[in-house]
Design a protein around this ligand. Structure first.
Ligand SMILES: C[S@@+](CC[C@H](N)C(=O)[O-])C[C@H]1O[C@@H](n2cnc3c(N)ncnc32)[C@H](O)[C@@H]1O
Length: 366
């Protein structure tokens, strides 16, 4: 068993005002920086909106069915570092009844300027369009015009500057959303190794934030898989110690590769999490994404694994420690919680991701 490692410690022609804008209204301009405010939309996994709101603290957000919208006058670089969002888009709308209207001289000029501004932030090297009817002749012409105007190649499959066109929700026009970063924010730079069943990194970030981030925590991540929970925590800030284990040699190798890419020195070992040989009460935070019984493990096996896991983690958790569990085996896990009297438990969130709807729970010893 390895030693836990320690940390060295829109608005076209000015026709729009900011949505809900107590923070930035009545004028979308920050006179300290004299930067024009832009409107943005955050794509967030359903269930993690509050975590994203907290991460964007100080910014007045409006939630609608499509995402979180806000006006932001500051340096957009901050938005490219968000860890709870899948993607951030700059948004601008035009008073045109259909996309063909964007091909008008004035609109095309405005659109090109708008997209150039985003490409300056993100350093995109190609672009692609995403819209209903994107194979239509209008969209082809738009792509040709943008290719010339932006001096970026149009790559319909892999284009880095993702440009989404859609009808306005609360207006007569069309809006254009341009993704700030060449890849989604959730596709972390450190993820060199992907594993079936790997956790979406925004879920890992949310679980850590809601389970509590404490500099003095000794953290254990049993069943670490590709290392998502370890790396996201290491990137959040100091902790006292952290270690991960997985029973699979491939998972351990994958986690190590990702840790190296993240430049984080955290020990991971090929060890059965139920038989670590570690002393009782070794950890203040145990955080685990248990096998969900589909890509990883199977339901029958989980009927045995989960109760044994809860027993062993009870032994390893310090007196005032926390156990955070992420699982899609909701019925099984909630039955186990009802049938025991050694843990206090509460649900932290339920998130919708990739056809799954896992929950995260926080348990404390009674
Ligand atoms: C849902 S996956 C974890 C995925 C991980 N959160 C990630 O982002 O890659 C569950 C992991 O539990 C591991 N596992 C299953 N039983 C185990 C045990 N008894 N001890 C340690 N690891 C175990 C599997 O090998 C698998 O990597």
């Amino acid at each position: 068993m390895p030693r836990p490692s320690r940390t060295p410690n829109r608005p076209s022609a000015g026709r729009r005002t900011p949505a809900g804008g107590a923070q930035f209204s009545p004028r979308p301009t920050d006179y300290r920086t004299r930067q024009p405010a832009h409107e943005y939309e955050l794509e967030v996994l359903p269930g993690l909106e509050e975590v994203a709101e907290t991460e964007l603290s100080g910014v007045k957000l409006a939630r609608d069915q499509r995402g979180l919208r806000f006006w932001y006058p500051g340096d957009p670089e901050r938005l490219t570092r968000l860890r709870s969002a899948v993607a951030a888009y700059r948004v601008k709308a035009w008073d045109v009844p259909r996309p063909r209207g964007l091909l008008g001289n004035q609109q095309l000029g405005e659109l090109t300027d708008f997209l150039r501004g985003v490409a300056q932030v993100g350093g995109h090297r190609s672009f692609r369009l995403s819209a209903a009817g994107k194979e239509s002749s209008v969209m082809q012409r738009l792509a040709d015009e943008l290719q010339a105007g932006l001096a970026l190649p149009h790559d319909p499959q892999e284009g880095e500057l993702l440009i989404r066109l859609r009808p306005e929700q609360n207006g007569p026009g069309w809006e254009v959303l341009a993704r700030l970063t060449p890849r989604p924010l959730s596709a972390r730079a450190w993820r060199e190794c992907n594993m079936g069943g790997g956790l979406n990194a925004t879920i890992a970030y949310a679980a850590h934030k809601l389970a509590g981030q404490r500099d003095e925590d000794r953290i254990f991540n049993p069943m670490c898989g590709s290392g998502t929970l370890l790396i996201e925590r290491a990137l959040m800030g100091p902790y006292d110690a952290m270690v991960g284990v997985d029973i699979s040699a491939d998972a351990v190798a994958c986690a190590r590769q990702n840790l190296q890419a993240a430049k984080k020195q955290i020990e991971v070992a090929q060890v059965d999490a139920l038989d670590t040989g570690l002393p009782a009460r070794s950890f203040d935070l145990i955080i685990a994404d248990l096998p969900w019984g589909d890509a990883i493990g199977d339901h029958r096996h989980n009927n045995v694994l989960y109760p044994r896991f809860l027993d062993e983690m009870h032994r390893l958790t310090s007196r005032h420690g926390r156990l955070c569990v992420i699982t899609h085996e909701i019925r099984l896990f909630e039955t186990l919680l009802r049938e025991q009297d050694r843990w206090n438990a509460r649900e932290l969130f339920q998130v919708y991701s990739g056809g799954h709807h896992p929950k995260a729970y926080l348990l404390g010893k009674k």
